[in-house]
Ligand binder design. Structure first.
Ligand code: ADP
Ligand code: MG
Length: 210
């Protein structure tokens, strides 16, 4: 792990929230994994416009570990979804490994989401009817990994997050923190180059969180 940047999103009242910007933080030559340019997101709720992102410029270099902090409602999850290609920004661009995500067709985007990015959602989004093992194996099957190999790797990753003795449990047979660890294990399944995590340690004790 190289440098640790911790930035706080200015969360002044919408809709005049200032842009946040740390372009100056990484060297120009750095190997970039994620870059955003003037990303805005406005949610239209009937007549009302909600300005969730007010022009975000970030660069994240390969190997960098960045945490974004801000109060509830300041746009963290929106930024997670935009960088992860799960929602489109209202304006601006998101580049993953120098590719403009907006230029990708549906298949290319699906490929990117499956292999390049590991998602740890705030609400886990693990599949309730599948065991921990099946939840972690599934993304590898989508990526074409042979089933035996996928299962071996899933067992290994679940061991790494301390769930070696819980592989056959379904989510309802696991605690909140254990479910979160299944979600973390799943995010690592396809050896993604980017891990996006939305409040990944909210339900873990300090030691497990680390
Ligand atoms: N799908 C949505 N539709 C409308 N408004 C939304 C939607 N998602 C988030 N918002 C609003 O956008 C703002 C930012 O939300 P969010 O990105 O979830 O913040 P955070 O994760 O920092 O708590 C909030 O005011 C929220 O109510
Ligand atoms: Mg959130």
């Amino acid at each position: 792990m190289s440098s640790l940047h911790t930035k706080t999103i200015p969360a002044s009242d919408m809709p005049d929230r200032p842009a946040f910007n740390w372009l100056e933080d990484t060297g120009e030559d750095a190997d970039l994994t994620v870059m955003t340019r003037d990303v805005t997101k406005i949610y239209q709720m009937g007549e009302e416009k909600i300005h969730a992102l007010g022009g975000v410029n970030i660069k994240i270099a390969t190997g960098e570990y960045i945490s974004i902090m801000g109060p509830s409602g300041s746009g963290k999850t929106t930024l997670f979804n935009v960088i992860g290609g799960l929602i489109k920004p209202t304006s601006g661009n998101v580049f993953i490994d120098e590719i403009d995500v907006a230029q990708l067709d549906a298949n290319e985007l699906a490929w990117l989401r499956c292999r390049k990015i590991g998602y740890i959602f705030q609400s886990y989004n693990i599949v309730k009817v599948l065991t921990a093992l099946e939840n972690v194996t599934l993304p590898m099957l989508f990526a074409g990994v042979p089933p035996d190999e996928a299962q071996d790797r899933a067992v290994y990753i679940l061991g790494r997050v301390g769930l070696g003795d819980r592989v056959l449990h379904t989510p309802k047979e696991l605690s909140g923190g254990q479910q979160q660890r299944v979600a973390i294990a799943r995010a690592f399944a396809n050896k993604p180059s980017i891990i996006l995590a939305d409040e990944p340690t909210a339900n873990l004790d300090l030691k497990t969180g680390e």
